[in-house]
Design a protein around this ligand. Structure first.
Ligand code: ADP
Length: 226
C-alpha cells in the first residue's frame, strides 16, 4: 500500500535526514517507527503527504509515485491520510465541535453529515461531553483525542501520528495508544513515530528502528532497542 524505495533526503543546509530507506507497509498494519530525536522520523512522514520531496528514491502510495502527482491528485491523496501531531494543532478560537466540523467541511462534507458524525466520532474517543468546550478548556490528553477524532472523521485509509504522545504523561499516553489501536482494529492503517519505550511496548506489532537516517531494524513483533 505504501512503499519507500531507496529514499534519501538531504535538506538544503546539507543535513542528511534519510539515507537509502526502503520498506513497505501493507493495508491495516500498525507500524511504529522508533528512533532518537533527529533520526529522521518526521521527515519520513512528511514525504508521505508530499509536504517535502526526497533528494533520491521514490515514495509510493498504492501504485502512485507521490512526488509525481498533480496538485489535484496530491489533495486527494492527503484526504486519504489523516494526520496527528505532537502539538495537537487545534484551532483555539473554535469549539471541539467546530474544529472537527471544519475538517469535514474542508473535505466537502454536507452540514447534515457533519451534525451526525461529529458526536459519533467524539464518542469513539470518549469525549462526547466536551463537544462545546474550547481547546484551552481541555487537558493535553483530551486535546490529542480531539485531534484524533478530527483525523478519523473523514474515514482516511491511513493515519500518520508523529510523536502523538510527546507532550503527555504516562496515563494519557496509554490512553492515546489504546485509541489508536482501536482505530487500527476497525481497519485503518497506522504509522506512528515515537521515542518512548513504553509506547512501543504497549502497541506491540511491527517496529521499524531508524538511526541517523537509516533503517537499522524492522521486526514483525518488535521491541524498543536503541
Ligand atoms: P525526528 O523526527 O526523528 O526527530 P527529523 O526528521 O525531524 O527527525 O530530522 C532529521 C534530521 O533532519 C535532523 O538532523 C534535523 O535537524 C534535520 N531537519 C529536519 N527538518 C529540517 C529542515 N527543514 N531543514 C534542515 N534540516 C532539517
Amino acid at each position: 500500500m505504501i512503499y519507500y524505495d531507496k529514499v534519501s533526503k538531504v535538506y538544503p543546509d546539507k543535513t542528511v535526514a534519510l539515507e537509502g530507506v526502503s520498506f513497505g507497509i501493507e493495508p491495516k498494519e500498525f507500524v511504529t517507527i522508533v528512533g532518537h530525536s533527529g533520526a529522521g522520523k518526521s521527515t519520513l512522514l512528511k514525504l508521505l503527504i508530499a509536504e517535502d520531496w526526497p533528494t533520491d528514491g521514490k515514495v509510493f502510495f498504492e501504485s502512485a509515485d507521490i512526488h509525481k502527482l498533480s496538485k489535484g491528485q496530491t489533495a486527494k491523496l492527503r484526504r486519504r491520510i489523516g494526520t496527528v501531531f505532537q502539538d495537537y494543532r487545534l484551532i483555539p478560537t473554535k469549539t471541539v465541535y467546530e474544529n472537527i466540523a471544519f475538517a469535514m467541511e474542508a473535505s466537502g462534507r454536507k452540514d447534515r453529515e457533519i451534525a451526525a458524525d461529529v458526536p459519533h466520532v467524539l464518542e469513539l474517543v470518549d469525549l462526547g461531553h466536551k463537544i462545546w468546550n474550547f481547546p484551552r478548556e481541555l487537558s493535553g490528553g483530551e486535546r490529542q483525542r480531539v485531534a484524533i477524532a478530527r483525523a478519523i472523521v473523514t474515514q482516511p485509509d491511513v493515519i500518520i501520528a508523529d510523536e502523538p504522545t510527546g507532550n503527555l504523561d504516562p496515563g494519557n499516553t496509554y490512553e492515546i495508544v489504546r485509541i489508536l489501536k482501536k482505530i487500527n482494529e476497525l481497519g485503518t492503517t497506522i504509522l506512528l513515530t515515537t521515542h518512548n519505550k513504553g509506547v512501543v511496548d504497549t502497541v506491540g506489532g511491527r517496529v521499524i528502528t531508524i538511526e541517523k537516517g537509516k533503517v537499522v531494524r524492522d521486526d514483525k513483533e518488535g521491541k524498543y532497542i536503541l
